[in-house]
Design a protein around this ligand. Structure first.
Ligand code: 3PG
Ligand code: MG
Length: 342
């Protein structure tokens, strides 16, 4: 979009303003802040009007709990400019997720140029991410560009050792990345629920480093009875809710030697302080490593932010699923639709 002439034009920008809400309040504004450079650039280019659109959550119909208004209020505080407005949640229209051409036309109407800046949503082929780009001259925004450059570094030649750290609960989502990048990594560290799955039956054609010990809990509760046991001796009916102290040291040692790191997914149920030590240890090790480090996924990013370590890594991706699909080697429909060179 750097070369786009937006002067006097009415510009439609698709951002990913899908922020977590708690009781109607924005719980984390990372994505709002990440959308600002592109909007600022369009405003500085003397656009006549700038319309921002995004989805928020997964509402069934026009549910006011998913209204974009609190996001608009915050965005306007951060970027006070009368030319800027934010459309209501694109998913309030049933045509959005079906990439309905009628809805795409409705969005495109009254605009002369489209900027795709919603990196977190480019893996979705929806009316606001793909449909409008077929109608209006379409450009990639600064965030999309930066994400592709940073994440793309992991797909090219990397400095070694390259350490891949995978955790969290959405196992299926992450196996694709492990399949695509795991063979290239020098060390693959696996914690969280991922570890259980891989221990049971490793579906990967290479070795991974699994936890040796685990913080076991007798039930899935914040105040559960706990004990540290060797991973192989997890008593029947007990759950592993964090990696144990020996594993934390083992993982931290690998991470300290890394020159390239990709980390996605917590090592345990880190929202509960008693099961946060593993994720903390990994966050601290990634932050202090002398490496090019990328952290993806809302949970790992949140863990870094809570530890005040967000500035200590090379890049925090605003895309969860989108980053994973890119690293899996999949095509991203919201990127593919943008003509080359724009
Ligand atoms: C995300 O948070 O992963 C993106 O905004 C996409 O949201 P979705 O998974 O509901 O499509
Ligand atoms: Mg998601």
């Amino acid at each position: 979009m750097r070369d786009a002439d937006v002067g006097d034009k009415r510009v439609l920008v698709r951002s990913d303003l899908n922020v977590p809400l708690e009781d109607g309040h924005i719980a984390d504004e990372t994505r709002i802040r990440a959308s600002l450079p592109t909007l600022q650039l369009v405003l500085d280019g003397n656009a006549r009007e700038v319309t921002v659109c995004s989805h928020l959550g997964r509402p069934k119909g026009s549910d006011p709990a998913f209204s974009m208004r609190p996001v608009e209020v915050r965005l306007r505080e951060l970027l006070p400019d009368d030319r800027l407005r934010v459309l209501e949640n694109t998913r309030f229209n049933p045509g959005e997720t079906k990439d309905d051409p009628e809805f795409a036309k409705e969005l495109a109407d009254a605009h002369e140029l489209f900027v795709q800046d919603a990196f977190g949503s480019v893996h979705r082929a929806h009316a606001s991410t793909v449909g409008v780009a077929r109608i209006l001259p379409a450009y990639a925004g600064l965030l999309v560009e930066r994400e592709l450059v940073e994440l793309g570094r992991l797909l090219g030649a990397v400095e070694r050792p390259f350490v891949l750290i995978s955790g969290g609960a959405k196992v299926e989502d992450k196996l694709g990345v492990l399949r695509n990048l795991g063979g290239k990594a020098d060390v693959v560290l696996v914690g969280g629920k991922m570890a259980e799955e891989i221990r049971a039956e490793n579906p990967l054609p290479f070795d991974v480093v699994l936890p040796t010990d685990v913080v076991a809990a007798d039930t899935f509760a914040e105040d559960a009875e706990t004990k540290v046991v060797p991973y192989a001796d997890l008593p029947d009916g007990w759950l592993g809710l964090d990696i144990g102290p020996e594993t934390r040291k083992l993982f931290a040692g690998h991470i300290a030697r890394a020159r390239t790191i990709f980390w996605n997914g917590p090592m345990g149920v880190f929202e509960w302080p008693r099961f946060a030590a593993g994720t903390k240890a990994v966050a601290e090790a990634v932050a202090s490593a002398d490496a090019y480090s990328i952290v993806g996924g809302a949970d790992s990013a949140r863990a870094l932010a809570e530890l005040d370590l967000a500035d200590e890594v090379s890049w925090i991706s605003t895309g969860g699923g989108a980053a994973l699909e890119l690293l899996e080697g999949k095509d991203l429909p919201g990127v593919a639709v943008i003509p080359e060179g724009t």
